[in-house]
Design a protein. Structure first.
Length: 418
């Protein structure tokens, strides 16, 4: 079972690696996100104000990329090639930036446009405007298939009703308000809708601030129709900083003390997990691993954790774990209890929303000893959603004493505080 989980994780990570790109273009570097939807670029319409025969505009096939912008929103962008037959200097004005064209007799420029909110491109010959190019993505979807809700909204059950046949994209940012210990959640939603404007006839993006589960109801418009829409989310009012979970399961448990040894094919194990959020990217983490039958082994740790790096559109996170542990070992009822402070350091690598399943996460973690006189290894593989499974292997040895355990447990949340 463990081999299958590891194999599936590696295959999924490899597929994400093949699709991960970092493109530079005329307006700078875009942060490429996960491709969640295929768009038909033949539906992109271009119109020119002056119908200048020296200006040629072409949408480049299969050039769509989903760029991550502020607000955790994924925006589809496509490459447009603009050629101008001229011996003079040619420049383009797009999104308040000036692009200088390349070429001799024919000047060429390639630029990304936002398909859901394409702004016009103004073309200048020296200091004279010779053309204005407008774009529109003239396409319909079906049964909500064109609505992309980013994984940043997955924990909040964000729903949109009323634009089932339109293309739209939404992203979420959770914020805390108030004093620590009495903080409240609010959810900021960023939204772009193709071809539709606000009630004041302004184009997207639109921003929604949700303080509770009460829905936002409004009307979006185009030149012909009105679209009453409802946007809602589910999230707790209180923003707790302490989260606790419990794990239970059977473990194989082997211990030695000098010439004496004990082997338990099944021993009960209790796991306690606790996290204290400092910021959205850092926390203190406490854990307790207790295995007991004839022998007793207790492993407690307190660690500072912070987000060191992310990859694959923030779905993979690397988190170092810096701290210390208290280890308690008792071979049997006739043996003395041994307590010791040890300093193994470790990390976790998490793959969030794995296999395309919202809130389904894989986590691999390990601690290794920093002391040559002591053997300590702690490795775990965790997967699931609110309830999770964990395979854990721990080995400790010092002098003539050692303990080794391997097992699987099921974990579940038990409370939130502060």
């Amino acid at each position: 079972m463990l081999r299958k989980l590891i194999f599936t994780t590696l295959i999924t990570l490899s597929m994400n690696l093949l699709h991960a790109k970092d493109f530079s273009f005329s307006l700078g570097t875009i942060n490429i996100g996960e491709k969640r939807l295929s768009l038909d670029l033949s539906k992109v319409r271009t119109t020119t104000k002056e119908s200048n025969p020296d200006v040629k505009v072409r949408i480049i096939n299969n050039s769509t990329e989903w760029a991550r912008e502020a607000g955790n929103i994924l925006v589809p962008k496509a490459l447009v090639s603009i050629s101008v037959k001229s011996k003079n200097s040619i420049s383009l004005k797009y999104e308040n930036q000036i692009l200088l064209s390349q070429g001799d007799q024919v000047k060429n420029t390639i630029v990304y446009i936002d398909l859901y909110n394409p702004t016009p491109i103004e073309i200048y010959e020296d200091d004279r405007i010779i053309e204005v190019v407008n774009f529109s993505f003239d396409a319909n979807s079906q049964n909500n298939e064109g609505i992309v809700i980013d994984y940043s909204c997955a924990s909040y059950g964000l729903e949109v009703k009323g634009i089932e046949n339109e293309y739209a994209t939404l992203g979420c940012v959770r914020e805390r308000l108030g004093k620590i210990g009495r903080e409240r959640n609010r959810l900021i939603v960023t939204m772009k809708v193709n071809r539709l404007n606000s009630p004041s006839n302004m184009p997207s993006p639109f921003y929604l601030i949700l303080m509770n589960e009460s829905p936002v109801k409004t009307v979006l418009t185009n030149l012909k129709d009105k679209f009453p829409i409802t946007i809602s989310a589910k999230f707790p009012k209180r923003a707790h900083r302490i989260h606790m979970a419990l794990g239970l399961g059977p473990y194989k448990f082997n211990t030695h003390d000098g010439a004496k040894s004990q082997k338990e094919d099944i021993a009960p194990a209790l796991m306690l997990y606790s996290k204290v959020d400092i910021t959205d990217a850092s926390s203190f983490r406490f854990f307790e691993a207790l295995v007991y039958k004839k022998s007793l082994f207790s492993n407690s740790g307190l660690y500072f954790a912070y987000e060191l790096a992310t990859a694959f559109d923030n779905k993979v996170q690397i988190v170092p774990l810096l701290g210390a542990q208290i280890l308690t070992y008792k071979f049997d009822s006739n043996s003395a209890t041994k307590n010791k402070i040890i300093y193994p350091q470790g990390f976790e690598a998490s793959f969030n929303h794995a296999l395309g399943i919202k809130n389904f996460n894989f986590t691999y973690g390990m601690f290794l000893s920093t002391q040559a006189s002591e053997t300590y290894k702690n490795l775990w593989l965790r997967w699931g959603k609110k309830y999770f499974w964990e395979i854990n292997y721990i080995k400790w040895a010092r002098d003539s004493k050692n303990a080794e355990m391997l097992g699987i447990s099921i974990g579940f949340p038990v409370g939130k505080l502060f």
